[in-house]
Ligand binder design. Structure first.
Ligand code: NAD
Length: 268
């Protein structure tokens, strides 16, 4: 007997997404798949229905699974959600005929070291360090043990290549093609004056680098860590180390030119 082919559908709760999920469920079932709306670890594919935010939540909630994702976009133009609801039939045919590539998505890891212990986070788009009470923060920035700057400003974004078109892009960071093995360190409203000299541009670092942000003592309890849009607060943070994660997630890509057309349609 052949192994059952299980597919998870992970949908947000808006009307359009629920309608699309029902349609998907029917069409996949007709083609012999077993469709689950409760996450099944034996599935061969995760289909996420919603916008980019739904994709990010699905990845975090299911702890960065190895099962590949594909996104059906019912939100605004999405970077992770490449299939439109009207193209579901075409998507199912291409999936069955294996007409796709599997793309790796790099993640960023943060080791947040407080006085007593360290905490670990992984992000898909970016991890941001910023002041929790709209105050300027001071950070000592080093790359692989080399002191780069004493930063002063709103905060710092450490973004992945896939996340470079998200928050990073809005604050003037560069667009990095998703397959490139790099992280980008992007300042949020850097202050550059006679008193403080912070780099105004982002720095793109090699994939094996460790980026260290050391907090000045008076900011250790007034700093927020924002992971893919979700806030975390820790007491007595001393420093945070960032690196490319050993974990990866996977996404099916049905059109190799999609990235460039997405860029044009979203930003130009
Ligand atoms: P959300 O749904 O309001 O998303 C904000 C916007 O970011 C949406 O337009 C979404 O399509 C876009 N986006 C997300 N990931 C993207 C990517 N990789 N490339 C291009 N656009 C992308 O908020 P959420 O659901 O909580 O999503 C969290 C993300 O929002 C964060 O990871 C962060 O990158 C982004 N964000 C952006 C800004 C900004 O641009 N000023 C500020 C805060 C957060």
């Amino acid at each position: 007997m052949s192994k059952p082919r299980i597919i998870n559908i992970i949908s947000n709760r808006n009307f359009e997404s629920k309608k699309t999920s029902l349609e998907l469920n029917e069409k996949l079932t007709d083609r012999g798949f077993i469709v689950k709306d409760k996450y099944d670890y034996n599935a061969e594919l995760n289909i996420c229905v919603g916008g980019d935010g739904s994709f990010l939540r699905a990845v975090h909630k299911n702890r960065f699974p190895k099962i590949p994702f594909v996104g059906i976009n019912t939100g605004h133009l999405g970077f992770f959600q490449e299939i439109l609801p009207e193209n579901i039939d075409d998507f199912i045919n291409k999936y069955i005929n294996k007409e796709y590539m599997v793309e790796e998505i790099l993640l960023v890891d943060a080791e947040v070291c407080a006085k007593e212990k360290c905490y670990y986070l992984s992000g898909v788009n970016e991890i941001v360090v910023k002041g929790s009470r709209s105050k300027v923060i001071h950070l000592d920035v080093s790359i692989d043990g080399n002191h780069l700057e004493n930063f002063c400003g709103d905060g710092m974004i450490i973004s992945t290549p896939s996340g470079s078109t998200a928050y990073n892009f809005s604050v003037g960071g560069s667009i990095i093609y998703p397959s490139m093995n790099t992280l980008q360190v992007t300042p949020l409203a850097p202050i550059s004056s006679k008193a403080y000299r912070s780099l105004l541009n982002s720095v793109v670092v090699p994939g094996d680098s460790i980026i260290k942000l050391k907090l000045e003592n008076r900011y250790t309890n007034s700093t927020l860590i924002v992971n893919d849009g979700v806030e975390f607060k820790y007491d007595n943070i001393d420093h945070i180390n960032f690196k490319i994660s050993d974990k990866k997630i996977y996404k099916l890509n049905f059109n190799k030119d999609m990235y460039w057309s997405n860029l044009r349609s979203k930003f130009l």
